[in-house]
Design a protein around this ligand. Sequence first.
Ligand code: ADP
Ligand code: MG
Length: 592
Amino acid sequence: MHTESSKINVLPLSVIEKIAAGEVVERPASVLKELIENSIDAGATRIDTFIEDAGFSLIKITDNGSGMSSDNLARCLLRHATSKIRSADDLFAISSMGFRGEALASVAAVSKISVSSCDSADGVGCSISSEGGEHREIIPAQHIKGTTISVRELFFNVPARKKFMKSHRAERLAIIRMVEQMVIPFPGIHFTLTIDGTRIFEIPAVQTPVDRIASVAGTEFAKTLIECESDQEGISVTAYVSSPEGLQKRPRFQSLYVNLRRIDNDSVTYGIREAFSNYLGHGNRPSFFCFLDIDPAKIDVNVHPTKQQVKFDDDRKTAGFIYRAVKRGIESSCMTTDQFSTDQKEPRQVHPIHGSASGGAVEADDAAQTILAFPAKEVDEKNVDQQTQSSIQLKSSEKEELWDLIPCYQIHGIFILAQIKKGILLIDQHAAHERVLYEQALNDLENGNSPSQQLLFPVLLEVSPTEKAVVESGAAYFQGFGFELSDFGGGTVSVSAIPAFLKNGLVEETVRSMIRYLLDGRNPDSFNQPAKRFAAAFACGAAIKAGQKLGQEEMNALLNSLFSTKNPYTCPHGRPTLIRLSLEELTRRFLR
Ligand code: ADP
Ligand code: MG
């Protein structure tokens, strides 16, 4: 682009505005985030939001906050116009969500916006509008005390940006997730979110953050959380974290709030995770909601255009403070349930503060049944269908072992150690079971053996609004496999039919695991091998978990099933199911 004649031009204001807008206004969700922040700053106790066409046709917000005088309204769309700070010093004592005074200007530059507001009870207010940054005159308008902002045709004058947007589905999901995260520290504000006419959120004002977590993430889930607290000069933390039993590969929430602002900070996430180091196996991680209250002078919030990060005076010190608080919290919660236990060799049974003690037992039973179900079937097949059996290529000597007779030892509730003819095997019990279930499910699906079975009693699943939206948008995907899911009202989805091969007790885990797949932003329409995806999601949800005790027979049965699969060596995600150490290698290692 560098030519002889290139000369330096001073860009027209409209172009400068558009460039600046690019920083703040990444996508519809970021517009809505800025608007909600403004309503919170205005002291609103009720905030209603409306989205149409994933935010590209309309993003609208109404609040009952302070409203704006006509003078303020005239300025609110101008860049660097803010009522929240006056001087650079104020930057070190920011207690509001906004302060840069550029959100509305940025949004105005790339949309058709109208702002109506009234700052008194008389209902006589004003309205201002702008198209692509060209501001119109202020006109009188009726409005109750508060503000309504409508952003229409976002990016109408920046077609290039519009082209880069992800699918409408992804943008909708981003909006839902953003709102879900943002409302948590403000239990006193009533929020609603309506997308294309459907009320996605109706989150009433409640007393405490835990109540709010319950409305957003589900009452049952909120009950399992452990509360951790610590207070020091200039910094205090209240965190609600998973119980050690509730650790997951993909935790549903890992939310840090610094002075009520949702922030991403790797050191803190790492610190909280480390607090669980005694319980972490297998890449599991905790869910958490961590509210950090810190002297504004000790942080810099002005390091990121959309304020998603802050700079702490001392990152490690802050993370260490949170780490200790959470560790103490987990330990004391374990103490209260453990104090009567005498057998320290048993794996700790930890129960969350309010949770039910029987939660895990049902699942364990079901999983054990699943394992035991397989060998029986295979033995039958061996007798009945010799031909099919012999056509299976035995890839290695492992397949020839008589697994029923081999002594197995379970190690740390995660691995199985088995002696084989020429060495030893270490098997990952979860991965191995996943492989078994995966092939079984895939086989059933591909042979059309997966008719739908109606459940006598529908299984009810408590889901977060985000998960609910995922279930709705993925309806066809679930249906394709014989599931019948419907909205049960509130935060609940009802499962009334399941694929025939799926055991009743595994419905919840499987559906949740499928939701997680979809939540990862994967579009079910683009799955090239939907059956495989589904089978993998099912297997992942239904397989025995790390930490589950297995008896001798169960271990034998599992190995038996594993070595009857087509590919016993990896789980459906491609991770190894087993490690083999030959006698030769062991001998060599011991320098014999
Ligand atoms: P900032 O929030 O950083 O100050 P914005 O561009 O987001 O900048 O908003 C500019 C100004 O407009 C705010 O400082 C505030 O005075 C006013 N404003 C915006 N939204 C509202 C609202 N919903 N209610 C009252 N005032 C508002
Ligand atoms: Mg703002």
